[in-house]
Design a protein around this ligand. Structure first.
Ligand code: HEC
Ligand code: HEC
Ligand code: HEC
Ligand code: HEC
Ligand code: HEC
Ligand code: HEC
Ligand code: HEC
Ligand code: HEC
Ligand code: HEC
Ligand code: HEC
Length: 343
């Protein structure tokens, strides 16, 4: 109570302060801002412009490697360190016997990814270390291009070959915005945890998956990558359309056909009627019947009036508004007399 009064007494003072702050274009710092300042953003802010970051990344190429490789690094980044680097040793990247990995015989361990760290390790002042070694992710100083180049030195092959030109590359998404390599299990590789990583950036899709009918992605039974190739060109929303039917029928095989009586749209593109992520209509439909069907079929062509000449609304054919109540084989029929998809 007393606190409330104190606040009340000071309200005019606070108001004046707020107004002057907002006139300066500043807002009072929140607790979260403060936390961020102590952490990553402080490091990110250690350089000012994109140009300066570019220049620093270029200069780092002349940095020497550290003297004892991983031993040098873990002398400071040990188990006590606030950033847990050690779980990496449980991953495929740390398999010593595999010559291709960073910890394989001829490679540079930590510096295979972080680049030569001699300058960083020897920096005189603790607060001058940051920015002297490649760092990864969204909110760090290192330009995305320089980050990804490091990963691509080893991952140019097979499925990664199409990275160049993919929409994620085009939009400057860092490999490390999706991949966590210092954890024993990278969440983006497991279907239970993958979508959360994607939803970080794809809020619109997240909203779709909340709708009543949806593929069981947020339930963890399916990953986004069961339909998308996020590294390659095939991952683009535009191009997946061409192959969508193939994708869809790889799981929904009974809709693939061939059918004795095809339904033209189902033979062409499932998404003429369905929407892949989520819908508030049953069965992921874009619209409800009869509107859906009447996008292409004239209500006049079908005997959709009553025999007594009554209105459309009273038509038996529009009972429950479900064209599919009678035309249940809307994906195609194999029945000898299934031409009208009734059986
Ligand atoms: C002498 C101690 C020391 C050594 C050796 C050392 N580091 Fe660091 N490192 C630090 C400190 C301290 C920070 C935090 C930077 C700061 O707050 O200025 C840091 C930060 C980092 C960062 C984040 C940098 C940034 O710009 O955001 C990375 C990555 C890193 N170290 C990797 C390495 C690697 C790899 C090695 C081995 C080549 C290594 N460190 C060796 C002390 C050390
Ligand atoms: C396969 C590439 C790779 C290797 C090898 C690697 N790192 Fe990293 N490191 C990363 C990535 C990517 C990140 C960003 C965070 C993440 O993915 O978990 C990171 C983050 C870090 C950070 C956190 C910097 C910050 O923002 O505070 C430190 C410190 C670090 N690494 C040190 C090391 C040390 C020490 C080693 C060797 C034991 C090592 N790294 C080996 C890729 C690598
Ligand atoms: C020195 C070479 C090298 C570098 C640099 C490197 N990797 Fe790897 N990476 C490998 C090898 C080798 C494997 C194991 C492949 C296998 O087992 O088929 C691997 C595996 C992976 C996997 C699969 C892990 C799993 O559990 O299946 C991911 C994801 C990955 N790397 C991402 C990255 C990212 C992101 C970077 C950059 C931060 C990076 N790699 C840098 C060599 C490297
Ligand atoms: C948009 C998120 C995203 C980005 C960005 C991304 N990846 Fe991936 N990556 C994934 C997902 C999801 C998988 C698992 C499914 C798959 O194979 O498509 C994966 C799988 C991998 C694998 C393991 C493949 C295998 O078959 O074991 C490697 C290696 C890899 N990524 C490397 C990279 C590299 C290198 C980059 C940057 C050039 C990168 N990724 C960028 C999401 C991403
Ligand atoms: C760091 C942010 C980020 C993350 C994380 C991310 N994406 Fe993206 N993604 C983008 C951006 C930016 C684009 C290009 C612009 C757009 O279409 O929204 C894009 C484009 C796409 C496209 C192509 C859209 C088109 O119209 O061409 C697909 C599909 C996609 N992302 C799927 C995924 C999946 C699946 C994941 C998780 C494995 C993921 N993304 C994670 C930022 C991200
Ligand atoms: C059942 C297959 C399927 C699944 C699962 C799926 N998608 Fe899609 N996605 C598609 C198809 C098909 C398209 C093209 C739709 C279109 O163009 O109308 C698409 C388009 C997109 C686009 C481009 C949207 C646009 O407006 O251009 C993004 C981004 C995307 N998906 C992200 C995701 C993310 C993130 C996940 C996982 C949370 C995911 N998708 C899961 C099939 C799928
Ligand atoms: C990786 C396998 C897979 C792929 C690929 C796939 N689906 Fe599905 N689909 C499922 C699963 C699993 C369900 C949920 C089944 C259940 O709940 O019984 C489902 C459900 C559906 C449903 C019924 C939804 C409901 O609410 O009743 C429709 C419609 C559907 N999928 C259409 C599509 C279309 C269109 C595509 C292509 C863009 C596609 N699916 C691609 C696995 C897949
Ligand atoms: C002409 C519109 C249309 C097209 C095109 C279409 N569907 Fe459907 N689909 C429907 C309708 C309507 C329903 C609901 C059926 C019901 O209510 O009985 C449905 C239901 C479904 C279901 C869930 C119920 C079930 O029968 O298992 C799946 C799965 C499905 N469709 C997959 C597909 C696939 C895969 C394709 C592409 C090969 C496709 N659909 C193309 C209209 C269409
Ligand atoms: C994207 C357009 C499109 C949509 C949406 C659509 N159809 Fe069709 N439908 C066609 C085409 C094209 C044909 C083939 C017409 C022909 O061969 O004369 C067809 C044929 C049919 C036939 C067989 C007619 C005959 O005389 O052989 C029936 C029955 C039918 N559709 C019912 C439906 C129902 C029910 C729906 C809604 C669930 C629906 N259609 C949605 C385009 C569509
Ligand atoms: C009560 C059951 C029933 C309902 C509901 C129904 N139909 Fe039909 N439909 C039929 C029957 C039976 C035929 C076959 C008529 C014939 O052979 O003369 C047919 C024929 C058709 C044809 C073939 C061409 C034609 O006009 O003869 C199309 C297209 C069609 N229906 C579309 C639709 C659409 C779109 C809806 C929803 C607005 C719908 N039907 C609702 C029973 C139904």
């Amino acid at each position: 109570m007393r606190m409330f009064e104190t606040i009340k007494q000071h309200r005019t003072g606070w108001l004046a302060l707020l107004i002057s702050l907002s006139m300066l274009g500043a807002t009072p710092a929140t607790a979260k801002d403060k936390d961020d300042k102590d952490g990553k953003t402080a490091i990110a802010a250690s350089r000012k412009t994109a140009d300066e970051n570019e220049a620093a990344a270029l200069k780092l190429r002349d940095s020497p490697f550290s003297k004892d490789g991983v031993e040098t690094c873990v002398s400071c980044h040990d188990e006590e360190n606030e950033y847990p680097v050690f779980p990496m040793f449980k991953t495929k990247h740390a398999v010593k016997a595999d010559a291709r990995t960073p910890f394989g015989h001829d490679n540079k361990q930590c510096e295979s990814c972080h680049g030569a760290g001699g300058t960083h390790a020897k920096a005189k002042k603790v607060d001058k270390r940051a920015g002297n070694i490649i760092n990864f992710g969204k909110n760090v100083w290192t330009p995305v291009k320089d980050q990804n180049e490091k990963c691509l030195t080893c991952h140019q092959t097979h499925q990664r070959i199409a990275w160049k030109g993919s929409s994620h590359e085009f939009s400057q998404v860092a490999c490390a915005s999706c991949h966590k390599v210092h954890t024993a299990k990278d969440p983006v590789l497991a279907r239970q945890t993958q979508s959360r990583v994607c939803f970080d950036c794809h809020a619109k899709e997240q909203a779709k998956f909340q709708q009543a009918s949806h593929h069981p992605v947020r339930e963890g039974q399916m990953g986004c990558t069961e339909c998308h190739d996020v590294h390659g060109e095939k991952g683009t929303g535009a191009l997946i359309k061409a192959t969508a039917r193939e994708k869809c029928t790889s799981c929904h095989a009974e809709k693939r056909g061939p059918f004795l009586w095809e339904h033209a749209p189902a033979a062409e593109d499932c998404n003429l009627c369905h929407t892949p992520h989520g819908s508030n209509h049953a069965a992921l439909l874009k619209k409800r019947a009869p509107l859906l069907c009447q996008e292409c079929h004239s209500p006049a062509g079908h005997p959709s009036g009553r025999y007594d000449g009554g209105t459309l609304a009273g038509s038996a054919f529009l009972g429950a508004k479900g064209c599919a109540n009678c035309h249940s084989q809307v994906h195609g029929s194999n029945h000898p007399s299934g031409v009208t998809q009734l059986r």
